[in-house]
Write a protein that binds this ligand. Structure first.
Ligand SMILES: [Ca+2]
Length: 215
């Protein structure tokens, strides 16, 4: 009986450790809170380099969704008088230290795309908010149905926060397209610290000792 109890205890502890490994750190990650034109979705910062509001319209949309009732839509309109290499999107910053293995993921659908490049981008920042490094996952070419963009990386030395960006970059004045983002996430892989493992181990040894004394 006691052996079964301890086995259950160990399984429970292992399960609680592994479930902690898959907690999404982003809020409103499925864009389920409605927002008006060019407002910031709950929890996200609206990022835009466009000189006029009509060049790009960012809002939640019920027309398409990967899950739930809506997604975040970025509509880019061709305007040949605007300069190149502009971008628009949403960002969310989370506290993650150096040397952590993180997985970032988001779902994307693109329609009517022309010289506009969507990407999932991670920026690693130090204590002062200065960018240390960045990495990004490019989308497939052309138009596509819901597609997962995902990357697993280890945060560089000095990292204090990670900024997750869901972007669309304009590479030509005539760039246009309709882009839907949904179900974004960032997870930190749980690596049990030696100290907590030691504590766990000594606790189990202690429990076993108590059970033996009772015999
Ligand atoms: Ca959604």
């Amino acid at each position: 009986m006691k052996k079964i109890f301890f086995l259950g205890l160990v399984v429970g502890l292992v399960l609680s450790l592994s479930s902690a490994a898959h907690a999404n750190m982003l809020v409103n990650s499925s864009f389920e809170t409605p927002m008006g034109d060019n407002a910031d979705p709950d929890g996200w910062w609206g990022l835009r380099e466009f000189p006029t509001a009509t060049d790009v319209v960012m809002k939640t949309a019920t027309a398409e969704q990967y899950s739930g009732a809506q997604s975040g839509r970025i509509t880019m309109t061709a305007n040949t008088s605007t300069p190149r290499n502009l971008w628009a999107g949403w960002g969310q910053e989370v506290s993650i230290g150096a040397g952590q293995q993180i997985t970032a993921s988001a779902w994307l659908k693109a329609t009517a795309r022309n010289y506009a490049n969507p990407k999932l981008q991670l920026e690693f920042k130090d204590m002062g908010g200065v960018q240390i490094n960045k990495t990004s996952v490019a989308a497939p070419a052309g138009t596509f149905d819901w597609t997962n963009l995902s990357t697993t990386v280890t945060t560089p030395a000095g990292t204090e926060t990670v900024l997750v960006n869901l972007l669309v970059e304009k590479t030509s004045g005539g760039a246009s397209g309709e882009f839907y983002w949904d179900d974004a996430s960032i997870d930190v892989a749980a690596v049990p610290e030696p100290a907590s493992l030691l504590l766990l181990g000594s606790g189990l040894v202690g429990l076993l000792g108590v059970s033996r004394k009772k015999k």
